[in-house]
Design a protein around this ligand. Structure first.
Ligand code: PAF
Length: 319
């Protein structure tokens, strides 16, 4: 039995699991990823769990960032936050098939593992979990039942039926495997983190969710793994999403919600090849439309727009 350890591109080292409980024999590993960094790579649930249990017996805190790879500075900021609050930062890369509504979207999802490892090393991530589908979904795995009410029916839920059920299953499974003290997610997926918070509360998981701010390109486009698939002309025009959100923020207090939403939809629809799916201003906690601004927990504008064939999402907190 061996543990695959630390990898830069295709450099591996193996560590015997004998006497692991006593003390893993680190002397043959890890290899350096760059001058000051080492990172451990795990592909097997059992081995990762053994290692994390061992780290916890040393009193170390674990921060976890789940991803689907194609990493960018937005992901880097989550890992940096995890590094600043926890002793050990774990990142998973797993393109979860159950959250894609269309087989073609799953197929086209960018896979850039060598670059991802470089990025993880540059932010000194400690552990990379890179499982195969059969590790995450073994045959007798029980599906978790979570009551999401309307949370997974609106906005993304309406346009991507079943998507959030897939996200909930995989995040729950990953949390069950990693058992982190802290979970790091981005504000870019506003509805996703709201649903995951609900899941954590319902399942009484012992993990605290930390939500990190959206990272944007210089022109305002929210960073996303999908951006690399934008045609150059669409990439330039995609700045319209953040501009419409900023306009909504500017107008929020002195215009009606309907007027703001309508204006944004009109602007986005008028861009060649752009098709907005929704531009909704909702309550930050319930994700329901706001009837009375003074009674809302907070307001957030969320949008999804097709730029050619690439579906972009973005949001901005308005109040
Ligand atoms: O946001 C994502 O990248 C994914 O939905 C997540 C949380 C990693 C689950 O597959």
């Amino acid at each position: 039995m061996s543990l695959i350890f630390l990898v830069k591109k295709d450099t591996f080292a193996f560590l015997s699991l004998q006497n692991y409980e006593k003390k893993p024999t680190f002397h043959i590993c890890p290899l350096p990823v760059n001058e000051n960094t080492t990172m451990l790579l795990f592909k097997k649930v059992e081995l990762l769990q053994k290692h994390i249990t061992w780290l916890k017996t040393k009193g170390l805190t674990i921060g976890f960032t789940p991803t689907m790879g194609a990493l960018h500075s937005g992901h880097a900021s989550l890992i940096q936050q995890s590094k600043s609050e926890c002793n050990i930062s774990v990142c998973s890369i797993f393109v979860n098939p159950t959250q894609f509504n269309e087989a073609s979207d799953l197929e086209k999802y960018p896979r850039t593992i060598a670059k991802d490892i470089d990025l993880l090393a540059s932010v000194k991530n400690d552990i990379l979990f890179l499982p195969e589908v059969k590790e995450v979904y073994p045959p007798n795995l029980e599906e978790i039942q979570i009551q999401l009410g309307h949370l997974d029916k609106v906005m993304e839920g309406e346009h991507r039926p079943g998507h959030f059920q897939g996200v909930v299953q995989v995040v729950h499974r990953l949390l069950d495997i990693v058992q982190p003290h802290y979970l790091y997610m981005g504000q870019k997926d506003f509805q996703q983190f709201t649903i995951i918070q609900q899941m954590i509360e319902q399942t009484a998981l012992n993990t605290i969710l930390r939500v990190c701010p959206i990272k944007r390109e210089a022109d305002g486009l929210a960073m996303s793994s999908r951006n690399v698939r934008l045609l150059p002309e669409h990439r330039k025009l995609a700045v319209a999403l953040s501009q419409c959100l900023a306009k909504a923020k500017e107008d929020y207090l002195h215009k009606t919600i309907e007027a703001i939403e309508q204006q944004a939809i009109t602007t986005l629809s008028n861009i060649p090849d752009f098709k907005p799916e929704y531009f909704d201003i909702v309550d930050t906690k319930t994700l329901l439309p706001i009837k009375d601004k003074s009674k809302a927990n907070g307001a957030v504008a969320c949008t999804a727009v097709f730029a050619g064939e690439v579906r972009l999402i973005d949001n901005m907190i308005l109040s």
